[in-house]
Every structure is written in structure tokens, then in C-alpha cells.
Design a protein around this ligand. Structure first.
Ligand code: 13P
Ligand code: SF4
Length: 367
């Protein structure tokens, strides 16, 4: 949907959905799913609410959902339960005849919003003036289609938290330096794991259009975009110290969107998939403090009653934009699909999609 469409067409949840009971909504979603059969595909990110996840055809992390979207050629409509950039990715990777719907257009991502295309083009111009043709851009999939397109057009690729290490390694086979957008923490944590010292990492501030770096530019290997996840940045060193005091023997496991300090003080760090699989494999009776999104942590706790699991930050909130997708919005979307309307369609224009797909495919070939 274009900005003009978004401004001129009603996109809000109709009033009548507020009056429905949970039972009525659950029943109706079941019926519509049955009626649409495999004309509908409903993927959900692991951070989605249980009331939505219960209806998912597949759940996954960002990489798995991108792979699944690329594979599904059958469904006419994909009702994507996740955030905006994930639905854009699905639209780019699916076929022309497939329509991608996001149940609530307000389900954005504050991290993706931290890099816009104009800032990126300005940064690129200034950075290439300083570093010449030595930089390869990489972008976390948590970015707009326009950023993915920019990266693809400049020979780079997307990464997810599941394959960031492999993608950064690949990038250094292409160029001397990388520009990593938009999550400075994932970029820093991944590069450090690959043996790149912090002194070889500079930070690009898109607000002041300035490179934050004290030394000789010749030594810069990684340029980190100054963006972050407002959910994962809330886990702190103090949370780790506290949980180690409260639960002797606890294993601390965090997502690499957490800060460098938190990742360094943890016992394990890895993607959503890695966190889920690590807890699945852990012995009964073991203790875990998990530093990631709250809906997922609560689900892991429910699924493993034989283990002592807590959130690393007891005052943590779920990701508010992920949470915008709820049962009423899901039902509304499905009723619109059933009525043949493309309400809240996510459609990436052809030119943007072309290079964005190059960036995504460079990742999917290696994932
Ligand atoms: P992954 O699904 O790649 O672990 O990313 C987490 C996230 O923050 C998604 O928005
Ligand atoms: Fe964006 Fe963070 Fe929410 Fe993921 S958890 S959607 S990165 S704000």
C-alpha cells in the first residue's frame, strides 16, 4: 500500500470486532481457515501472541519465515503474522499471483525505522568519499525494502540473526570493509565473534551524519549503523548480576540484538531458533534466564515445566509492534480475504523488489 493509500483508505479495525467474545473470534477464525484451505497461508513469527500463534500454519524466526515464504507457491493469500519488514520480505520472495496481507498496518519495527533510505544514501556517499570502493553493505532483514534494495544494488546481502556470522564472513571475501545496517549490536557481536577487535569498528550516526571513530580510518573494518532494538536493549549487565545472585548455577542465554556488554557476560548468545533449540536440549532441572522477547520467553516457560526458566529482565514487556497483531485483527483480515478484498496488502514496487530480491537471494543461497 502506498503512503497515499494508507492516508486515504480506512485501515483501522472496524468497531464491530470490539464487541465479539474470544470464543466467537476463535470459532470464526477456525471456520474461515477451513473454508479457505490451502488458498491461505498463515505464517507467524515466534514473538507473536499465543492467541495468534494457535492458528499459524508455520512458526519460525526471520530466516525460517523468509525461507517458507519463498517455498510456498500455492497460497493465493499470505496473512503474515509478524511485523512490516517481514511481510515486505514475503512479498518480495513470493510470486506475482500471491497477495501478502499484514493484519495491522501499525505493526512496524522501531529498529527498521532507524535507517531510512535517504539517510543511507547520504551515509554511503560520505563513506565512499572516505573509503573508496572498499565497502560492502550488509543489512539485517529488520530493515525496509528500500534499504534491502540499496544493499542489493551495491552488491551486498541481507542477514538474519541465524546466519549473520556466515554472511559477515562472506562479505569479507568480497570487500575489505562492511557497512552493517541497522543494528549496531548484532553487527558488533557478530564481527567480534569472528575475531575483529572493537578498535576496528566505527559507528555511523545517521542523525548527525558523522562517523564515530578516533583512530586512523585505514584500520576500520566494520562500520556499524547506530540503530538498535528497543526490546533487546533493555537487558542489562545488572539483570545478569541479579539473576546470578538469585539463581546460583543459572545459564544466561540472550539474543545477539542485546548489547555487547550483555552478550559478553552471558553464557550463550544466539538467534531465536538457537535459543529455542538450546532450551529444548537442556537437561530437566536445569536453570535458565532468557534475554529475548517476552511472548516467546513465556511460551518457552510453558513448554518446559521440567526446567527452571525466567526472563532475564523480570520487568520486561513484549515487543509492542509485534503485539499489534491480535485475534480481532487476525479475524478481520481473514474476513476481508474471504470477501475477496485486499485490505492491508503489503506490496513492494517492482524496482525496489528487484534489487531487494538480489540481496535476499545472496543470503538464502548461503543460509
Ligand atoms: P530473529 O527472528 O532473526 O531471531 O530476529 C528477532 C527479531 O527481533 C525479529 O524482529
Ligand atoms: Fe523490531 Fe526489536 Fe520488535 Fe524485533 S523485537 S520487531 S527488532 S523492535
Amino acid at each position: 500500500m502506498s503512503i497515499l493509500d494508507a492516508l486515504t483508505k480506512p485501515v483501522g479495525l472496524p468497531e464491530r470486532y470490539h464487541a465479539l467474545s474470544e470464543e466467537e473470534m476463535v470459532q470464526r477464525v477456525r471456520e474461515i481457515k477451513k473454508e479457505l484451505g490451502d488458498r491461505l497461508y498463515l505464517p507467524a513469527h515466534h514473538y507473536q501472541k499465543d492467541e495468534v500463534v494457535q492458528f499459524a500454519d508455520d512458526t519460525g524466526d526471520s530466516l525460517q519465515l523468509a525461507q517458507l515464504a519463498a517455498k510456498n507457491k500455492k497460497a493465493e493469500t499470505i496473512v503474515f503474522c509478524g511485523v512490516h519488514f517481514m511481510a515486505e520480505t514475503a512479498d518480495i520472495l513470493t510470486e506475482e499471483h500471491q497477495t501478502v496481507i499484514l493484519p495491522d498496518m501499525r505493526a512496524g519495527c522501531s529498529m527498521a525505522d532507524m535507517a531510512d533510505i535517504h539517510q543511507t544514501e547520504r551515509a554511503w556517499k560520505m563513506l565512499t568519499e572516505s573509503f573508496g570502493e572498499t565497502i560492502l553493505p550488509l543489512t539485517y532483514v529488520n530493515s525496509t525494502a528500500a534499504i534491502k534494495s540499496f544493499v542489493g544494488e551495491n552488491g551486498g546481502a541481507t542477514v538474519t540473526s541465524s546466519n549473520a556470522t556466515a554472511m559477515v564472513e562472506w562479505a569479507f571475501t568480497q570487500k575489505e570493509r562492511i557497512l552493517f545496517l541497522p543494528d549496531q549490536h548484532l553487527g558488533r557481536n557478530t564481527s567480534y565473534d569472528l575475531g575483529i577487535p572493537l578498535e576496528a569498528m566505527a559507528v555511523w550516526d545517521p542523525i548527525s551524519d558523522r562517523l564515530e571513530y578516533d583512530g586512523d580510518y585505514e584500520n576500520v573494518k566494520v562500520i556499524l549503523w547506530k540503530g538498535h532494538c528497543s526490546v533487546h536493549e533493555k537487558f542489562t549487565f545488572d539483570n545478569i548480576a541479579q539473576v546470578r545472585r538469585d539463581m546460583p548455577g543459572v545459564n544466561v542465554i540472550v539474543h545477539p540484538e542485546c548489547t555487547f556488554e550483555v552478550v559478553q557476560k552471558s553464557d550463550f548468545a544466539g538467534s531465536t531458533k538457537m535459543i529455542i533449540e538450546t532450551i529444548e536440549r537442556a537437561p530437566s532441572g536445569s536453570s535458565w534466564a532468557i534475554g529475548t522477547e517476552m511472548n516467546l520467553v513465556n511460551r518457552i516457560i510453558q513448554d518446559h515445566p521440567d526446567k527452571n526458566i525466567v526472563s532475564l529482565n523480570p520487568n520486561m514487556c513484549p515487543c509492542l509492534t509485534m503485539n499489534r497483531i491480535d485475534l480481532p485483527h487476525l479475524l478481520w483480515s481473514l474476513e476481508e480475504v474471504l470477501a475477496g478484498r485486499k485490505t492491508n496488502q503489503i506490496s513492494v514496487d517492482e524496482k525496489t523488489a528487484k534489487f531487494a530480491k538480489d540481496a535476499l537471494n545472496r543470503m538464502l543461497e548461503r543460509a
